[in-house]
Ligand binder design. Structure first.
Ligand code: CTP
Ligand code: MG
Length: 179
């Protein structure tokens, strides 16, 4: 059980990390170029920037390479069981899917009239994961590592992880709300 959870987190790091890179390196021109949708509201809003998107994707791919180095130095074989081309394709799709899903989440939030930064439980925590899964499932390497138990564990633990980390950050005084 614990092993499955740890394996799942490890496999999902290239999808988890992009948003953190987007937060750190984001800014500048918004992805929607400031444009409004037919409902008169912003397509995505100022929280989704081109720089954040690109930094997020690169950050996820970077993280995966660090994982490859860690696996090799501890003789572990998760991502390192793949040939390099399949590895690169898979982690790109996970990272890109995470950022695309994050943007789709914002698109849906705007349609529901939720302002930038406003919370939308479950959607905020799962859209990126679902889209990452969908894109990554286009490559055969996905099925080698993401078995059904891993996929399901990911869906269950991601909102819980999110909540745990936010409560921790709140207790540590890094955030002013606990959600
Ligand atoms: N960010 C960015 N570009 C992205 C994604 C995120 O620049 N493609 C940065 C923005 O500064 C954003 C922050 O990371 O405010 C936090 O990301 P997120 O919580 O996803 O955005 P929100 O501001 O909450 O906006 P939304 O309501 O649209 O999710
Ligand atoms: Mg947010």
């Amino acid at each position: 059980m614990l092993e499955l959870i740890i394996k799942t987190i490890w496999l999902l790091l290239p999808a988890y990390i992009p948003n953190n890179f987007a937060v750190i390196f984001g800014g500048g021109k918004p992805l929607d170029l400031g444009k409004h949708f037919i409902d008169g509201k912003r397509i995505l809003g100022d929280g989704k920037t081109i720089r954040g998107f690109v930094a997020g994707v690169l950050g996820g791919i970077f993280t995966a390479h660090i994982q490859l180095i860690i696996e090799k130095s501890f003789s572990l074989s998760v991502y390192s069981s793949l040939d390099y081309a399949s590895f690169l394709q898979l982690v790109f799709l996970l990272s890109f899917g995470a950022m695309l899903g994050d943007s789709i989440g914002s698109f849906i939030k705007r349609r529901f009239g939720v302002e930038r930064g406003g919370k939308f439980p479950i959607l905020d925590q799962l859209t990126f994961l679902i889209i990452a899964y969908i894109l990554a499932s286009r490559c055969s390497a996905f099925y080698k590592l993401f078995t059904l138990d891993v996929i399901i564990t990911g869906i269950v633990i991601t909102p819980l992880l999110h909540l745990t980390i936010n409560v921790l950050a709140y207790k540590l005084g890094l955030k002013d709300v606990w959600w």
